[in-house]
Design a protein around this ligand. Structure first.
Ligand code: GDP
Length: 194
């Protein structure tokens, strides 16, 4: 079985996106941070996996957040050979602020750590910048430039259009992402997924 994983902080919209793509609900519990285990569904013959949300969650102890991160990394290392693609989802309306807060404490934000880790083990990554509906349209390009730059991708962001998708699950506007997933799977001989 081939697998696509969705990773990102809690509440960025991972399960909303998976629901739009597959028509299936992946998460049972509502409270973020409670699930430690990756949740997989089969669609149609791919495993689509919603990783537990990482990063700060109110009411969740810091130690538990480290446990979540370690579990995600273990899971990816164990299943590297069947993971064909990772979609790293960020909340475009809060990402820059969160990263700047981490940087000011001298810490590397988990999203960026995860991006670097996936690149190191050669799993193709798509950065899905979700909640675009919450970004001021007049500032859109600047905000997206700032986000991609934090991942080490030089602006202008449109240079990275094969790796970066600006979407809104709320508005059902995820075509830029489905297009990139489709392209990527074609590269490994599949064109019938989405
Ligand atoms: P997950 O924890 O990453 O799986 O996130 P969910 O899919 O559960 O979404 C978290 C919250 O964000 C829910 O209230 C969603 O309705 C909301 N949400 C998801 N996508 C969007 C989006 O594109 N725009 C806005 N404004 N809200 C969204």
């Amino acid at each position: 079985l081939n697998e696509i994983i969705f990773a990102g902080r809690s509440n960025v919209g991972k399960s909303s996106i998976i629901r739009i793509i597959t028509g299936k609900k992946v998460k049972v519990g509502k409270r973020p941070g409670v699930t430690l285990k990756p949740t997989s569904i089969q669609y149609p013959d791919f495993l689509i996996t919603d990783m537990p949300g990482f990063g700060f969650m109110s009411g969740v102890k810091e130690r538990k957040q480290d446990i979540v991160k370690d579990k995600i990394i273990k899971y990816i290392e164990t299943n590297t050979s069947r993971i064909k693609l990772a979609v790293l989802v960020v909340d475009g309306s809060s990402f820059n602020e969160i990263v700047e807060r981490w940087n000011s404490r001298g810490q590397i934000p988990i999203d960026i750590e995860m991006f670097d880790f996936l690149n190191e083990i050669s799993i193709p990554v798509i950065i899905a910048i979700n909640k675009a509906d919450k970004i001021d349209p007049d500032r859109m390009d600047d905000v997206i430039d700032d986000i991609v730059e934090k991942f080490g991708l030089l602006p202008p962001w449109r240079q990275w259009i094969d790796q970066v998708a600006v979407i809104s699950a709320k508005k059902n506007a995820i075509e830029p992402l489905t297009k990139l997933i489709r392209n990527r799977l074609q590269a490994c001989g599949r064109n019938d997924l989405i």
